[in-house]
Design a protein around this ligand. Structure first.
Ligand code: GLU
Length: 281
């Protein structure tokens, strides 16, 4: 259930939300579900939408996907109120945030590979393997080829999801020490998104339920980075296929460009996304 008045009371006037796609493929109806949630709630609250291109993973993101995404959004009539710098242009902000954690002795270098982690892992949380902390006390030097992790520490994070109600998460028990930068030097999703939501003063994060488990760790990290007032979170339903999987670019689910090329009008695409994404407004 979504109580818009209650949500409004938790936010400043003209709240800022964001649409934060990763240009790793052509967009499909699942992305439009997120977009209609973001734009509809923003309009209902007299808020603003920030467009942020999340291209932190240089191995998967491509400029042609970004160009296609912008074209598809324009075709759908979804116009952002502002545009944030791309994550690939935000290195200085991430470096500053890492320096802060480093000064407080919260980070360490790690030479674990997926294989060593899988061998050591005692706990699996959902589909995620918890990092057991093998490198935490090793005092390895920060060098190329090593990742950087932050110690999240024990304890519980609670938040009141605007749609799902009160949530309790134990970030450390879910993921262990969180990776900030990977072995190839790429900033991770969790880190980049937390730094950006803070520095861009995002008031309201609207995203799919697949990211619900990320919220506790992002709240924890944001506090470590000095954020005093956390954003409000709203996690919306995802479109699931009959086999229970999400739509995905990789498995070739119908893209918005194909619907466009097939002559389907944008309003119909938006209506279908709102219906299948359970938008109550
Ligand atoms: N960039 C992420 C994605 O494409 C969304 C991040 C977020 O909303 O926190 O799934």
């Amino acid at each position: 259930m979504l109580d818009l008045d209650a949500l409004r009371r938790r936010l400043p006037p003209r709240p800022l939300t964001r649409f934060a796609p990763s240009p790793t493929g052509y967009i499909h109806l699942g992305h439009v579900v997120n977009a209609v949630w973001v734009w509809t709630i923003a309009r209902a609250l007299d808020g603003r939408v920030l467009l942020r291109i999340e291209d932190h993973d240089a191995t998967r993101c491509r400029p042609e996907y970004e160009a296609a995404l912008l074209e598809d959004l324009a075709w759908l009539g979804l116009v952002p109120d502002a545009t944030a710098p791309r994550q690939s242009e935000s290195d200085a902000a991430y470096t500053d945030a890492l320096d802060r954690l480093s000064r407080e002795h919260r980070v360490y270098a790690c030479d674990c590979t997926r294989r060593t982690i899988a061998l050591e892992a005692a706990d699996v949380f959902g589909e995620e393997t918890r990092y057991a902390g093998r490198c935490r006390e090793r005092e390895l030097a920060f060098e190329p080829g090593r990742s950087v992790r932050v110690v999240l520490g024990p304890g519980t994070e609670t938040f009141d999801d605007a749609r799902l109600g009160p949530q309790t998460q134990k970030p450390d028990a879910q993921c262990g020490d969180l990776m900030v930068r990977d072995r190839l030097g790429h900033w991770t999703y969790q880190f980049a998104v937390t730094v950006d939501d803070r520095r861009q003063d995002v008031d309201l994060v609207i995203r799919g339920e697949d990211l619900l488990d990320s919220t506790g760790r992002q709240l924890r990290l944001a506090r470590m980075l000095g954020r005093e007032r956390p954003p409000v979170f709203l996690h919306h339903p995802l479109i699931l296929k009959p086999d229970g999987h999400k739509l995905s670019k990789a498995s070739g689910d119908t893209g918005i460009r194909e619907l466009h090329a097939a002559g389907i009008p944008p309003d119909e695409v938006l209506r279908e996304a709102a219906r299948r994404g359970g938008l109550p407004l």
